[in-house]
Design a protein around this ligand. Structure first.
Ligand code: DAH
Length: 333
């Protein structure tokens, strides 16, 4: 068995994984030393065969163990040498962590809240799961009103639903407090929509101001929204267009001159030079009646935060804001 003994030493002296592999083949290969010894055993006298086999098998196990220990040792050594040689080893797990940042939608939301807070508006929140009364009925949207079709949503049992807008926070605030009211309500809302410019969940900011009858006019509303839009978008033109919302009368949609083409007309503004950014109006008397307010006047407005973020950062596809792609998000740190 002396022939096997020298291999222990060879394994011990191997100084890289490649030469160890050569040794493994020389010992365990089909034509290797061990196979040779087992073959020789066949011609040995019968009474010695079992003793030789036993001995060979003991060596076989011992050599295998030594080989595998040595392999781990050499692999580790080689890995450390490689790590030292290469400045960056991207295959290694890193324990370094990096600080996150606010999502662009939340950054935009904060900026909007900051403006209205500076104008003495209080921030109110409501529940994302609403009932029919607060989401529709009290906002002058009775059960079979056609305007409900534009706000189809997700329904629960017992007439509960995922709120389609932040307007129910107006109702909740008015029912819980007395005028004067100056509030905004930021939050997530839900609709059954999905395309380039619509996602099933998005964010809105609602605004409501209520004071004594005759105190709140459309001029007040125009002033604050123009000032706000200039704060958000810089030097843009602002235009009020007559529109319809069940909870305001009169109602208007507000456009800004296109931030991409400066009003000349481009693909984003459908060559009109204008971008629609929010809805607003004078609170409809039916809404005040629903919350049992008398002798008051007020204005309200509502806007989509994602739309603002897209215009501010010139993002083309609304859905990309929800994909969690770091390549996009890291640009807003
Ligand atoms: N709730 C409306 C929507 O989701 C937005 C809106 C428009 C809110 C006009 C208002 C308003 O308060 O006066 O489409």
């Amino acid at each position: 068995m002396n022939i096997l003994k020298e291999w222990y030493e060879k394994i011990e002296q191997a100084d890289d994984v490649a030469s160890l592999e050569e040794i493994r083949i020389a010992v365990f290969g089909k034509k290797g030393v061990l196979a040779g010894e087992f073959a020789k055993m066949k011609s040995a006298p019968n009474e010695e065969k079992s003793k030789i086999a036993k001995e060979l098998n003991t060596h076989k196990t011992a050599l295998m163990q030594q080989l595998s220990d040595k392999k781990i040792e050499l692999q580790t050594k080689e890995l450390y040498a490689k790590m030292e040689a290469e400045a960056i080893d991207v295959s290694m797990f890193s324990t370094k962590s990096s600080a996150g940042a606010l999502h662009p939608v939340m950054q935009t939301m904060d900026r909007i809240v900051e403006y209205f807070a500076s104008m003495n508006f209080t921030v109110k929140t409501g529940s994302m799961v609403e009932d029919d009364f607060h989401n529709f009925e009290a906002l002058n949207l009775p059960t079979y009103h056609p305007a409900r079709d534009m706000q189809d949503t997700f329904y629960f049992k017992d007439a509960m639903l995922l709120r389609t807008h932040t307007s129910p926070v107006q109702i909740r605030t008015m029912m819980a407090t007395q005028p004067p009211i100056r509030m905004i309500a930021p939050g997530a809302v839900f609709r059954r929509d999905y395309d380039l410019t619509h996602t099933p969940m998005f964010h809105q900011i609602e605004g409501l101001l209520v004071d004594e009858a005759g105190k709140v006019s459309f001029a007040n509303l125009k002033f604050i929204l123009e000032d706000f839009l200039k704060y958000m978008f810089g030097d843009v033109a602002v235009r009020f267009r007559p529109s319809f919302f069940p909870f305001t009368e009169p109602s208007a949609e507000v456009d800004i001159s296109c931030v991409f083409c400066k009003g000349d007309g481009c693909r984003v503004c459908s060559h009109t030079g204008w971008l629609e950014v929010l809805g607003c109006g004078i609170v409809d008397p039916n809404v005040f009646e629903a919350v049992k307010y008398e002798n008051v006047s007020g204005y309200a407005f509502g806007l989509g935060v994602e739309r603002f973020a897209m215009l501010i950062h010139q993002i083309g596809d609304l859905r990309s804001l929800f994909e969690g792609d770091l390549k996009l998000l890291e640009q807003f740190q």
